[in-house]
Design a protein around this ligand. Sequence first.
Ligand code: C2O
Ligand code: CU
Ligand code: CU
Length: 498
Amino acid sequence: MNISRRGFLGALGITALGATSFANALLPAGHTAELLRSRVRLPQPFTVPLPVPPLARQVAPDHYEIVQRHASVEILPGLRTQVLSYDGTYPGPTVVSRRGRTTTVTHRNELDVPTVVHLHGGHTPADSDGYPTDLLLPVSGWTPTGHAMHGALAHGSRDHVFPCDQPAATLWYHDHRMDFTGPQVYRGLAGFHLVHDDEEDALPLPKGDRDIPLMIADRAFDEDGSLLYPSRGPEVPGVTDDYMEGVLGDVILVNGKPWPVLEVDAARYRLRILNASNARRYRLTGLPVTQIGSDGGLLERPVPHTELLIAPGERFDVVADFSDLAPGAEVIVHNGLGSGPTAVVMKFRVTRRVRDDSRVPQVLTRFETPDPARAVRTRDWRFSRGRLGEGHGWLINGKAFDPHRADAAIRLGELEIWRFSSDLHHPVHVHLDPFQVVSRDGAAPGPYDAGRKDTVQLGSVDYVEVAVRFTDYAGRFMLHCHALEHEDMAMMAAFDTR
Ligand code: C2O
Ligand code: CU
Ligand code: CU
């Protein structure tokens, strides 16, 4: 598919993005969460080059080491931002695995808060999956209290063992500490973890420099460049009442830079788009793409999209075709759910004509589509607002998360239908194995439901049925809302597999 020049130099042209309009019109459209405004003057869009995160440090074959530490990084031009980092960078370094070759990642916590590492989308045994109370305590020491006393605690460092016996896919790792996932991911604890396999390698898809991960996240900054987040206090769970529906920033970062620009050849590019925002959904427009994969790996057949609706936690693996554009042409990716600064995401600038042998084949992979009639049961999971102690919170089936309670006991290998319903937008995420969307509101799955998913968008009146089969690992796992403020305010549930 080709991108026409007219399509993006239309109504929302570059002049509409000048400094004045950028400072105004900040009210978010179509959101149930609350905008946090930066106090710093926002930088001009498209002035910072898009970086690609570095690869993680390998200490032996298939063994990586990541030090979690405080770091000062340049996010806004000319300013320093203190982040909680994986190995000193934001996003964290990219881990790369080969299907079926166990990858070990040693995490060492040199921060001053406990952390939990979760590989989102990983088919991972429970003891490495990052249960929210399995704290990795700082090397400098920490005295756990409350529910934190009951997890599998590690002091200073922990080896996460990821068998990665799963298809090639775009995964990501991030913090999962109970009650504090929102602030700790917001402050920097997120990175990519890519799984490759022979089947993917054999496809003529864009590769190498033309295979680029894009981590989209919104943030708000104080005058001095530090991150703003409406916590109730240091080491106090949850956010202030205004933000309990979710924290939205007014600066859109891609790979840790505000509204960046990427120079591209006139060729096809594979873009692995991840929404790593705490609560913001995006409708990405201006860049027609061919979707080749979703959360859990390749689709069977490519799907064209003129826009992408992407919720927190979701990935869209797509090919964008710049090959018909002349050098100098520009493509701006907009966000149809934002306004002012949040209506813009990034820009691509075509620099030169090249030879490009890549293409998107009509068949990408094969996988079994489960037959819902063979499911052994249907389970209901209702996501709703509710009381949490003295205040407001977010509940599943009317209950707040309790790390000691499992709400389902599931036999490995059995096919189940899970029915998610809600009172608001909730991106629902399930650990351990991917699912496939069977129906949405009683009808066929929607345009963004294709493939093997681990996170599905739930609208305010939606109910979505998915088919899921857990395999291989017995233990305790999670499902939860991936709007991180909802997650931190109890919208999680545990299930046991056996
Ligand atoms: Cu991306 Cu349980 O999280
Ligand atoms: Cu996950
Ligand atoms: Cu939610």
